[in-house]
Design a protein around this ligand. Structure first.
Ligand code: G6P
Length: 608
């Protein structure tokens, strides 16, 4: 949830660290801090609020050191105050630590330290790390961190410097992401490639229970048991401009507008019209067992979960596979009883979501096989699954996920199509699906060209405090995702419902002050949706319909209409979600919300 960035090299560290923090701000943003070392002098600053507050604080200081650590925080233990911001230090201010994760046994450790006279200056779990490292330090910082690791339970990605060890940064990981970046004029460590992508695209992933010592000239990795590890750097494909706004006012809008390209990236090299069978190289290592599989469980959180819910309908349509979708946070606590040859698909943008990781670990224990659908290459989920498919969507910075959602839907469709074609799905159906997939990017482009129309609708409705989103079958999860987008970034209360359930409750809410977004493309559920819309209109409810372009009947019935191009039933969700994203975006903009960094949320939730 927090962001870590570190640099040691020839350049001044402070501007590199601040820039890295800004790129990581989406991971958490209630306070920030840095410690920059120059010989045995350490400049140390912390501030409550966004990175700009930290910048103001350091503005009049000449911070010359070329080695340092920096952190942006999303509070778990202790209020977002300056005392609780990272880095944390020991009493002598020799050790400086930044931490992402949760130290679960910190209370016990803290009491023991306090009994020995150690005074604490924050409410955080992290501070115990600083005192323990200080206690164990006898000239070897890496050893002191290793000993500390053996005492703590929980999850962490940490970075540590010591006043007596200039030019050296020790990092360690258990459960929270941490990568090393190998640059020309120095080396980096960060929770995420976006923090250092301007300087290097060569990265080394730390595994759980590994430590690394990073200097200007290189790095050494070892395990918690002090066994040396050799690992070469990998090259990542993300370009620096992927993490820039490129003229858009917000990353969310930029990412919504990137979606035609996101779809092309998800399908590039994977479509094969001739046989109607997509190619997914990443799953070939497990193909022999996967093609026999008759039971799949998709586990995910947040927006990725809603993509999984659409996936269930797609798999049911295209394959013979029995499919379930589970919130990872619930799945991990279930008593699992899988049929033989069950595959679990973990779907995650970041590949680091703690609940999703815990869910696949539990499933692995019970003998399930694991697939990943992940955006971040080399992330924990991608490494802990047997095989998988990457989204290749580039970084998603806006906290509210948009482009990854449609990428996930595309990949689920490709996977279902591939499996279906080895089961009962005919050549004609396979080819038809691939043709429909191929034109999706232009169809999304058509919807985006109507952004002004959607903005005008948002202007008309943004002052309403309660919204309902309705859909059926493939578009039921789109109703849930549409409601989630609206509440996440505009803070308007919204509920996503299966339209058939309306009469069992939500209809009681319908009145002229309650807009309903009805997702009603011309699919197999169309007539039923029309009935639901009539029920709302006869109770004087306001209806914004998302329907198939040219549907005059629907247009006549509702207050406002947004058209989407015609496509197959299974692909309607990919098109229908785009107006929902834009409605949420423009409502939030009219309400002057902090769209890319909505309150209390974080992009990557690496705590339970
Ligand atoms: C957080 C983000 C959501 C995201 C969810 C799952 O809650 O704010 O946008 O959908 O985590 O993240 P993942 O990286 O696993 O897809």
């Amino acid at each position: 949830m927090c962001g870590i960035v570190c640099y040691v090299g020839k350049k001044k560290a402070q501007p590199i660290l601040i820039e890295g923090l800004k790129r990581l701000e989406y991971r958490g943003y209630d306070s920030a801090g840095l410690a920059v070392q120059n010989g045995d002098h350490v400049d140390y600053f912390r501030a409550v609020g966004r990175i700009v507050e930290l910048e103001k604080k350091i503005h009049d200081h000449d911070i010359t050191g070329s080695s340092g650590i920096a952190h942006t925080r999303w509070a778990t233990h202790g209020e977002p105050t300056e005392e609780n911001a990272h880095p944390h230090t020991d009493q002598e201010k020799n050790v400086f630590v930044i931490h992402n994760g949760i130290i679960e046994n910190y209370q016990i450790l803290k009491s023991k330290l306090q009994k020995n006279g150690v005074r604490f200056s924050s409410d955080t779990d992290t501070e115990v790390l600083a005192h323990l490292i200080s206690k164990y330090f006898d000239g070897d910082l890496c050893e002191a961190v290793r000993k500390t690791m053996s005492k703590v339970e929980g999850t962490f990605g940490i970075a540590v410097i010591h006043r007596n060890k200039p030019g050296q940064i020790v990092v360690a990981r258990r459960g929270s992401p941490l990568i090393i970046g190998v640059g020309k004029d120095g080396n980096f460590a960060a929770s995420d490639i976006s923090a250092m992508v301007r300087y290097t695209n060569k990265v080394v992933h730390l595994n759980d229970n590994e430590l690394a010592t990073i200097t200007e000239d290189g790095f050494t990795i070892s395990t918690a048991q002090a066994i040396a590890v050799q690992r070469d750097a990998e090259t990542v494909e993300w370009a620096p401009e992927d993490a820039e706004l490129n003229g858009f006012p917000h990353f969310m809008l930029k990412e919504i507008f990137e979606q035609p390209e996101t779809l092309r990236n998800a399908m590039r090299g994977r479509l094969e019209q001739g046989e109607g069978v997509p190619r997914l190289g990443g799953i070939m290592p497990v193909w022999d067992t996967l093609k026999e599989c008759r039971h799949i469980v998709i586990v995910a959180c947040g927006t990725s979960y809603f993509a999984g819910c659409v996936g269930r309908y797609i798999f049911e349509k295209l394959t013979e596979i029995d499919i379930e979708v589970e919130l990872a946070s619930e799945f991990r606590y279930r008593k699992l009883n899988f049929p033989h040859n069950t595959y679990i698909i973990a779907m995650s943008q970041s590949g680091e979501t703690a609940d999703t990781l815990a869910a696949i670990r539990e499933a692995r224990r019970k003998g399930a096989k694991l697939l990943g659908i992940v955006n971040v290459v080399g992330s924990s989920i991608s490494r802990e699954t047997d095989a998988g498919v990457y989204n290749h969507a580039g970084p998603e910075i806006g906290v509210a996920s948009t482009k990854i959602f449609i990428s996930q839907l595309t990949i689920l469709t490709l996977l279902a199509l591939l499996l279906g074609r080895h089961q009962n799905l005919s050549l004609t159906e396979g080819v038809e699906a691939i043709r429909a997939l191929e034109v999706l990017p232009e169809q999304v482009q058509t919807i985006l060209s109507e952004a002004n129309h959607i903005q005008a609708i948002a202007e008309k409705y943004y002052h309403y405090n309660n919204w309902l989103f309705l859909g059926r079958k493939y578009c039921y999860p789109i109703a849930m995702e549409g409601a989630l987008k609206l509440k996440e970034i505009s803070y308007i209360h919204a509920e996503g419902y299966a339209a058939g359930e309306m009469k069992h409750g939500p209809i009681a809410l319908i009145n002229p002050d309650m807009p309903t977004v009805a997702i009603a493309p011309k699919d197999s559920m169309y007539d039923k949706m029309i009935n639901n819309i009539q029920e709302i209109k006869s109770r004087k409810g306001l209806v914004i319909a998302i329907g198939t372009e040219g549907d005059e009947q629907l247009k006549e019935m509702v207050d406002d209409f947004i058209g989407i191009p015609p496509t197959l039933d299974i692909l309607n969700p990919i098109l229908a979600v785009v107006p929902c994203q834009l409605i949420a975006y423009y409502c939030a903009r009219f309400l002057n919300r902090d769209i890319d960094k909505p309150r209390n949320l974080a992009k990557s939730v690496t705590v339970e």
